[in-house]
Design a protein around this ligand. Structure first.
Ligand code: SF4
Length: 409
């Protein structure tokens, strides 16, 4: 099996030459969302594991809640780790289980009974590809098909990009195996305790994706409408902070009848600010990422809709940008409830001491970010954005963790 990986955007890592050097009839790729301060090449996935039964390649999205304990246990039995990634712990477990099972999917199932937390993973061996989702279904995973080729992807927009048809979502707890003969499914670990991540709809996913049958775009429009009902304001224009704030801003405008406008021009060649693990990198990338169109907001009372406030630095910067471009008033509306608790399931919601919403009242935050008013989506109405389904995790807003958080060091 050949692999090629590196740090940076895909276009920076892959050239035509190194892409075309990869041959075969199974392919596995991964774009890492860094939830840790450290950025190292070793942690870039997919991980390639050579063991006595052959080779396994694994790509994973999520975070284990018992990853540290499992790693310690394995280390005590002589295991040597090359990465900081939970995915290596998962791969080790699958490889060990494989020694006593008839096939790789059985090994994946046994490993899944030991690993806890959030994971949506794809595993490839020379003859098969396996997609598996944790029983809570925190992270998305869907199946597509083009001719006789099956595709697993986190989001349906990836299927559109390669001209594949959406087949279905992998169920929480399901293990789907694809071989030359076709597709098979093992639902032994599927249960009723489903807790999909609601933040996927608010921020992570692209608006042109559908996750578990729900349009991300529609859910954001709905969030904007609810926000407008709860926190109206007198204004001349509603603008969204790109990209995830745009659809919510449209929903807000639709509900209030205030015109929607595009105030920001985004430089698409810089990474998303939330993703930059280091604060210094995050701040400098905001400056080159967004610019304001003065013509749109000059002398206007502006409602600015964004998806979330984490540390508050980005919001403060954007409000100032609008004001220095001539906005008379800036009313900030956030299409999610205040972040009050950390996420242990693969989202980089930082510890409480760094969360502006944990340490300040709404009035204080409003002053800190220099806004004229501030309103958040109410936690009570949050689930309305996805049609009222309660099978969703909202722990970073409510503190109701579906799985016991990892023990503090
Ligand atoms: S805690 Fe928040 S970000 Fe993490 S899985 Fe739950 S809803 Fe998603």
């Amino acid at each position: 099996m050949d692999s090629y990986k590196g740090l940076g955007m895909i276009t920076e890592v892959f050239s035509e030459e190194n892409r075309d050097s990869l041959h075969g009839n199974i392919g596995l790729g991964h774009v890492r969302y860094s939830a840790a301060e450290k950025e190292s090449r070793q942690d870039v996935q997919p991980l390639v594991i050579n063991y006595i039964k052959g080779t396994l390649i694994l790509a994973n999205n999520g975070n284990l809640t018992n990853g540290r304990e499992l790693k310690e246990e394995l280390a005590r039995t002589g295991a040597i780790f090359q990465t900081e990634a939970d995915s290596e712990v998962v791969a080790y477990h699958i490889a060990r289980e494989r020694l006593n099972t008839r096939n790789a999917e059985e090994a994946v199932r046994n490993a899944m009974t030991k690993i806890h937390g959030a994971y949506s993973m794809v595993i490839a061996s020379p003859r098969k590809m396996i997609g598996a989702r944790d029983p809570f279904g925190f992270r998305p995973l869907c199946i597509g098909k083009r001719d006789n080729t099956y595709i697993f992807a986190s989001e349906t927009c990836a299927l559109d990009a390669v001209g594949a048809e959406f087949v279905r979502d992998v169920l929480p707890g399901e293990i789907v195996t694809v071989t030359k003969e076709g597709m098979s499914s093992d639902t032994t670990l599927c249960g009723n305790q489903i807790r999909k991540c609601i933040f996927e709809y608010i921020y992570f996913a692209r608006p042109d994706s559908y996750i578990d049958g729900i349009s991300v775009y529609n859910s954001r429009i709905m969030a904007g409408k609810i926000l407008a009902q709860m926190h109206p304001a007198k204004a001349d224009i509603v603008v969204g902070v790109p990209d995830s704030g745009n659809a919510a801003a449209m929903g807000y405008a639709e509900e209030t009848g205030i015109p929607y406008g595009t105030a920001f021009v985004k430089n698409g060649y810089v990474g998303r600010t939330f993703i930059k693990p280091k604060q210094s990198a995050r701040e400098s990338s905001v400056k080159i990422k967004l610019n304001v169109m003065k013509e749109v907001i000059k002398d206007k009372r502006v409602i600015m809709v964004d998806d979330s406030i984490v540390r508050g630095t980005t919001s403060e910067h954007i409000v100032r940008m609008l004001k220095s471009a001539g906005a008379k008033e800036v009313h900030v509306r956030i299409s999610s409830p205040p972040f009050l608790y950390p996420c242990y399931f693969g989202t980089d919601v930082p510890s409480c001491d760094q969360l502006i919403t944990y340490n300040n009242t709404i009035e204080q935050i409003c002053k800190l970010i220099d806004a004229d008013s501030l309103g958040f989506l109410d936690g009570e109405r949050l689930h309305e954005m996805i049609g009222g389904d309660t099978g969703y995790c909202d722990a970073c807003f409510s503190g109701n963790y579906p799985v016991e958080p990892p023990k503090e060091e």
